[in-house]
Ligand binder design. Structure first.
Ligand SMILES: NC(=O)c1ccc[n+]([C@@H]2O[C@H](COP(=O)([O-])OP(=O)(O)OC[C@H]3O[C@@H](n4cnc5c(N)ncnc54)[C@H](OP(=O)(O)O)[C@@H]3O)[C@@H](O)[C@H]2O)c1
Length: 229
């Protein structure tokens, strides 16, 4: 009998996270999807895939809630942990004009919280498994143009924190992926974005599966191409 693989998608209420959950369900995986409150999208998936989807509630900004989720999942093996949650605020602002609150919110949700979630949940991932976090092409310091400046800084901080995580967890044997999905039409990406969700997420899932069993940290796009830090 073939073992059914399990993915935990954190931040799956809508947009790319919901699409990741759907894509892995369609591929026959068991999916644990988290949202910080009720999600009509996840309820719809639960109706289509009642035996394969577990929905959990957690706000990744709240470390106590992530700890509690870790306790609830004790004993489960998570083949792929995919932390997708993210926010974009003050996208047209500069350090001189942005509200400090908006910047701090992005640093918490986009940088600190995902890596903290990886630290708290990572031991559920067996050797050979994968820890992936949704970053962005905009995280690249090499390619920075000043657009979405504060958001980009938060994703660059995420990448830096993940570099540290990779060094400290080198013995875990996990593929560690910082994933750039492309510019996609979601609430965050907006209607002018280049890609539909269908043009991004199936490739992202292919890329994650292609990296299975390949330990070490990579900053990659949906086609598994390395991006400059
Ligand atoms: N769309 C793009 O073009 C693009 C490009 C590069 C990178 N990304 C990244 O891809 C990820 C998904 O983006 P998206 O386009 O799907 O954005 P989105 O449509 O705005 O969805 C964001 C998702 O993150 C969740 N989330 C936000 N803060 C959270 C928290 N504290 N705890 C748990 N969940 C939280 C949201 O949940 P709620 O429903 O509760 O708000 C929602 O499910 C983000 O990390 C984003 O930075 C997107």
């Amino acid at each position: 009998m073939t073992k059914i693989s399990t993915v935990l998608v954190m931040g799956a209420s809508r947009g790319l996270g919901l699409a990741l959950a759907e894509e892995w369900l369609k591929r026959g995986w068991h999916v644990i999807a988290t949202a910080r409150s009720g999600s009509a999208g996840l309820d719809g998936l639960a109706a289509r895939f009642p035996a394969s989807l577990d929905i959990e509630t957690v706000d990744i900004d709240q470390s106590a809630g992530v700890h509690a989720l870790r306790q609830r999942l004790a004993g489960r093996a998570i083949d792929v942990l995919f932390i997708n949650a993210g926010i974009a605020r003050a996208i047209a602002e500069s350090p001189a004009t942005a509200s400090e609150q908006d910047f701090l919110a992005m640093m918490l949700t986009n940088a600190l919280a995902p890596v903290r979630a990886a630290e708290l949940m990572g031991d559920l991932v067996p050797k050979g498994g994968t820890v992936a976090i949704m970053t962005s092409e905009l995280a690249s310091i090499t390619h920075a143009t000043g657009g979405w400046q504060l958001y980009s800084a938060s994703k660059a901080a995420l990448n830096m924190l993940m570099k540290g995580y990779a060094a400290k967890h080198a013995g875990d044997g996990h593929a560690l992926l910082l994933v750039a999905p492309g510019w996609v039409r979601t609430e965050m990406g907006g209607e002018d974005a280049l890609l539909s969700i269908e043009e991004s997420i199936p490739h992202v899932v292919d890329m994650v599966e292609a990296n299975r069993g390949k330990p070490g940290l990579r900053f990659v796009d949906r086609f598994n191409r390395s991006l400059p830090w």
